[in-house]
Design a protein around this ligand. Structure first.
Ligand SMILES: Cc1ncc(COP(=O)(O)O)c(C=O)c1O
Length: 431
């Protein structure tokens, strides 16, 4: 372990705990090369006619892996949310409850569908939507709820199902982080009316970009096909679609890679899970760090990011962002402000002229406070990318050693201005 015995923090010029590379992501090998070359050579690259052969085969396998009857490949995990809402019959102007702590796309997709995202606070222990908070936001305008299976867990699908049944809400699971996860033994994406997944580069399966919608409902599937394929009905349906559509098709080059990635998923889950167990056990013993609570009903965990909570008091008053910068300087890529709290996010400032339903809704009822989301986003959350867990146990030991080193020397950084931390961070990464 490089620099393991030095106490001088790498951010202040000391040697880092870890100098060597982490497992590469995307993981790739001869199988991806073979699949891609085969697709390249046959010249049938596009997504048209929809679904093209490779994307149809991949979608069938993906649906089966998630206990759904159908899946349809699309361009990315943002448009998948947008068309899923539309295909579920959620009309423009409807209120859609989303968690306040997630990627902006969960809310912006609702806006793109002409709907109004309404933010529910999250459970500070699981970081997923707090179902009681969601229940308190339901009005006669509410038509759907979009739970996000965040980071390394699954939202409480039983409680969400009950809430939805009570109020007649459609459920769209945002599974962008949760490929292959299971709740009570059944795949995510099969509990709601539809599920949406992303294949963007950082995700657990990737073709660089891409997305997929899962559903077991034929009507939703038919509407989806028209919405992503310029309004064309699926083959065999004579009458025209009820609405125009986009071109949101995925290419067959992407599908070729994704077929291989699906085959790798279970083994990768096992490796990450074993390393995550080791990391969680150590975190239990580190003063000031708190593991995410993983519900017993999460029977297969998908670990997109390993996350934990940070308490600055146990780190000589160091703020979370300085802690993360110090950790990164020790060679452990970590992030703090991975997500913002959406009600105050800089990336989510819709133009009132373009999103009138949203502005009218805000005039009727301002967004509720989401203190749990804010605390996590700006003070407490620490995110580690999943590939750090794709190697050996010694990688986990490096993460722990780096955390402990920063904790022991935290006083050396406490009180530094943000600008000074930024200067040190830049100086370190320029080396
Ligand atoms: C929770 C969540 N929802 C939706 C998306 C959107 O997916 P994409 O980047 O493929 O559009 C992401 C991806 O970053 C995400 O993390």
């Amino acid at each position: 372990m490089a620099g393991g015995s030095s106490t001088k923090l790498a951010l202040l010029g000391g040697p880092p705990v870890r100098g060597k590379a982490w497992p590469q992501w995307p993981a790739r090998g001869a199988e991806e090369e073979r699949a891609l070359i085969a697709a390249l050579r046959d010249g049938d690259w596009g997504g048209f006619p929809l679904p093209n052969e490779r994307s149809a085969t991949f979608a069938a396998a993906f649906a089966e892996r998630h206990d759904c009857k159908h899946a349809l490949c699309v361009a990315n995990g943002t448009v998948s949310l947008e068309v899923a809402l539309q295909a579920m019959g959620v009309e423009p102007g409807a209120e859609v409850i989303v968690p306040a702590y997630t990627f902006e796309a969960t809310a912006s997709a609702a806006l793109f569908a002409g709907c109004v995202p309404v933010f529910a606070d999250i459970d500070p222990d699981t970081w997923c939507i707090e179902v009681e908070a969601a229940a308190s936001l339901v009005t006669e305008r509410t038509k759907a709820i979009v739970p996000v299976h965040l980071a390394m867990t699954v939202a409480d699908l039983d409680a969400i199902g009950e809430l939805a049944a009570r109020h007649g809400l459609a459920v769209l699971e945002d599974c962008a982080h949760a490929h292959g996860a299971r709740w009570r033994g059944r795949g995510v994406g099969s509990w709601g009316d539809a599920g949406s997944f992303s294949f963007q580069t950082s995700k657990l399966m990737t073709a660089g970009e891409g997305g997929i919608v899962t559903t077991s409902d034929e009507t939703i599937l038919d509407r989806l096909q028209a919405l992503v394929n310029c309004g064309r009905q699926r083959p065999g349906v004579a009458e025209p679609a009820a609405d125009i559509g986009h071109n949101y098709r995925m290419t067959d080059l992407q599908a070729a890679i994704l077929e291989v990635q699906l085959g790798r998923l279970d083994r990768q889950h096992e490796i990450r899970a074993a390393n995550a167990r080791r990391l969680r056990a150590t975190i239990e013993d580190i003063d000031g760090l708190t593991n995410l609570r993983i519900d017993d009903r999460v029977t297969t965990q998908a670990i997109y990011q390993f996350v934990f909570r940070f308490d600055s008091e146990a780190f000589a008053g160091l703020d979370r962002d300085t802690f993360v910068a110090a950790l990164a300087a020790e060679g452990v890529p970590a992030d703090g402000r991975f997500y913002e709290s959406l009600p105050v996010s800089e990336l989510l400032r819709p133009d009132p002229a373009r999103y009138p339903a949203w502005s009218e809704a805000l005039a009727r009822r301002p967004a509720a406070d989401c203190p749990n989301a804010e605390r996590l986003a700006y003070r407490e959350s620490v995110w580690l990318p999943h590939q750090l867990l794709l190697g050996t146990e010694s990688n986990v030991d490096d993460i722990v050693e780096a955390v402990l080193k920063v904790q022991r020397a935290a006083a050396d950084l406490a009180g530094l201005e943000t600008a000074e931390v930024e200067r040190l961070r830049r100086a370190r990464s320029a080396r």
